[in-house]
Design a binder for this molecule. Structure first.
Ligand code: TXA
Ligand code: MG
Length: 344
């Protein structure tokens, strides 16, 4: 592959982009597509050769399974087999959160190739809310396997230009629909039924659908992190979402001990002077997640964009200020920890 084209989705006209993307997907090609969370690298989920190209372009190890995106709730039965004891819960969750950034791990349908699920008996499924992604899924009439459109372990892309930096020259097409509206990847859960009680939701990855939102339907418990080469949900791999410049997540301002002559940048929450992180050092550069206002939703949208800016600023290291771990802050801190070289 030598050239990657970008096709822009005009405000009132997405037909061309949709049919171009579908033609490539039907031909077993891979295409970068916008979703509400991050840009995905899509392939026909039922075509193992196409799926293999996703792993190759991303340099993704084959033990890391992909999320399957369906066009409508009714398509769930084509990719997963929902056990009777969780059927009601799945109904309630999908009615409440689909289309949207919630991925549910379910027993896989035999039609889904083993390559998609890395040989696991389960498949991760979601229905994207992005109008362009939805239109492509509908016209294609087949499920789309799509991981984030970055090279393995690197920062997820939230714009077409970020995809170009990650995968330019490796894929034929990027469908550009502007910036993603959520900014961090979907929440991933599996469901454990309990007799006479609300089910347990195992949180495999924190995301835009928060623990607080899920609690109406069941008890949310974190998946225990297992440190091994092929973890149960490799989104939990220790180093992930990482810039090339070392990033250190600070717990408190005193943790920062600058070395003489080194250039440091700050990834701040608001960038305001009343933050001790902002004032404690003469920073080479400061980038803020939610400039001035301190809104977690804005911080999530800007997180990967700001990480890229700082990564390209020629720094020796990036210091990150923590955000409060409530609501969306849980997903933001999760990504910062995994991007950080001091992640434990
Ligand atoms: O928001 C999103 O989820 C984006 C957009 C493109 O939809 N996709 C995304 O895909 O973040 P990816 O591949 O970067 O992350 C998928 C995560 C991985 O950590 C993978 O290990 C986990 O989902 N996963 C997939 N199938 C699984 C399964 N059967 N069991 C456990 N974890 C699974
Ligand atoms: Mg990813």
């Amino acid at each position: 592959m030598s050239e990657t084209r970008i096709v822009q989705v005009a405000d009132d006209e997405m037909k061309n982009a949709v049919s171009e993307a579908c033609a490539l997907l039907r031909a077993g090609e891979i295409v970068a597509l916008p979703t509400e969370t991050v840009y995905g690298l899509g392939a026909d989920a039922l075509n193992p050769e196409a799926v293999a190209k996703v792993f190759a372009a991303k340099e993704r190890p084959s033990f890391d399974p992909l999320i399957v995106h369906i066009a409508s709730r009714g398509d769930l039965k084509n990719v997963a087999i929902v056990p009777d004891d969780i059927a009601e819960t799945v109904n309630k969750l999908t009615a409440a959160f689909w289309p949207g950034p919630l991925t549910i791990i379910l027993p896989k349908h035999p039609d889904v190739p083993d390559l998609v699920t890395s040989g696991l008996p389960t498949v991760a499924v979601r229905q994207s809310a992005h109008p362009v992604f939805r239109a492509i899924g509908k016209e294609l009439g087949r499920p789309i396997a799509a991981p984030s459109a970055n090279r393995f372990g690197r920062i997820s892309p939230t714009s077409a230009s970020a995809v170009m930096k990650e995968l330019g020259g490796r894929i034929p097409l990027i469908v550009d629909a502007g910036a993603c509206s959520e900014g961090v990847e979907s929440t991933i859960i599996s469901i454990e039924p309990r007799k006479g009680k609300k089910p347990i939701f195992r949180l495999h990855r924190a995301g835009p659908i928060t623990k607080e939102q899920l609690q109406d339907f069941g008890r949310v418990e974190k998946v225990r992190e297992i440190k091994c080469d092929a973890p149960q949900a490799p989104g939990q791999l220790e180093s992930h979402y990482a810039p090339l410049t070392p990033l250190i997540l600070l717990e408190k301002p005193e943790d920062f001990v600058p070395e003489e002559g080194k250039k440091y940048g700050l990834l701040s929450y608001t960038g305001d002077d009343d933050s001790p992180y902002v004032t404690m050092h003469d920073w080479e550069t400061i980038e803020s997640l939610s400039p001035g206002s301190g809104k977690l939703a804005e911080a999530a949208i800007r997180l990967f964009f700001v990480m890229r800016l700082l990564d390209e600023a020629g720094l020796d290291a990036i210091m990150a200020e923590p955000v409060s771990e409530t609501g969306l802050g849980v997903a933001i801190m999760d990504r910062l920890r995994r991007a950080s070289i001091n992640f434990k």
